[in-house]
Design a protein around this ligand. Structure first.
Ligand code: AR6
Length: 170
C-alpha cells in the first residue's frame, strides 16, 4: 500500500518523459487516430501500431498494455473510453478505464502513470463530469496499489486544466 499523489499539468500526453506509463485514449482497433491516439502513435513510431495489432480489438472500459517504442516512457496503456450517450453506463465504463489502467500499471511494478482526459474529445464526454470520475476512481484505487505512487492528469488546454484543478479541489 502506497500513498498516491495526484498532480495535474497542462501539456501533451506524448511528452511526459519522467512518467513510466502514459495512457492512450484509444479506438477499439488500437490504431492511430486523431487527438491523443494520433499524438501517441506519431511520437512512438510505427512499431506501436504493429504491436497493437495483436492486442486489438478492445471493449469500452477495457485497458491493455504495450511497449512505448520511440516514446521516452516504459509503457503505453491503451484505454477505450465510452462514446458519451452511446456506450452505457458511461460513468461506469469511464471509471473502468481508469481502474483497469491503474491495475495494469501496478501489476507491471510501475511507479508513475499519466492520463489524458479519456473520452472528452471525439467521444464527447463533458469534461467536468469526466474529471470528477477520474479523480474519484484514482482516490478510491490509491490505497490498494502496491507500486503506483504518482498519477498525473494531463490537460490539453488552460481551460481543461482549470477543470482538473477544480475536480482535485485545488
Ligand atoms: N495531449 C493531451 N491531451 C490531448 C492531446 C494531447 N496530445 N490531444 C488531445 N487531447 P481524444 P476520446 C485532449 O479525442 O474522446 C481518436 O481519434 C482532448 O482535448 O483524443 O477518448 C481515437 O482514435 C480531449 O480533452 O479521445 C478514438 O477513435 C482528450 O484529450 C477517439 O478519438 C481526449 O480526446 C477517442 O476519443
Amino acid at each position: 500500500m502506497t500513498d498516491v499523489s495526484i498532480e495535474c499539468v497542462q501539456g501533451d500526453i506524448a511528452n511526459q518523459p519522467d512518467i513510466d506509463a502514459i495512457v492512450n485514449a484509444a479506438n477499439a482497433r488500437l490504431m492511430p487516430g486523431s487527438g491523443v491516439a494520433g499524438a501517441i502513435h506519431s511520437a512512438a513510431g510505427p512499431g506501436l501500431a504493429e504491436e497493437c495489432r495483436k492486442l486489438a480489438p478492445i471493449e469500452p472500459g477495457q485497458a491493455v498494455i504495450s511497449g512505448a517504442h520511440d516514446l521516452p516512457n516504459r509503457h503505453v496503456i491503451h484505454c477505450l473510453g465510452p462514446v458519451y450517450g452511446e456506450d452505457e453506463p458511461s460513468d461506469q465504463l469511464l471509471a473502468d478505464c481508469y481502474r483497469n489502467a491503474l491495475s495494469l500499471a501496478d501489476a507491471e511494478g510501475l511507479e508513475s502513470i499519466a492520463f489524458p482526459a479519456i473520452s472528452t474529445g471525439v467521444f464527447g464526454y463533458p469534461l467536468e463530469e469526466a474529471t470528477r470520475v477520474a479523480v474519484s476512481v484514482i482516490r478510491e484505487a490509491g490505497p490498494g496499489l502496491a507500486h503506483v505512487q504518482r498519477v498525473r492528469l494531463v490537460a490539453f488546454s488552460e481551460k481543461d486544466l482549470e477543470a482538473f484543478r477544480s475536480a482535485l479541489g485545488q
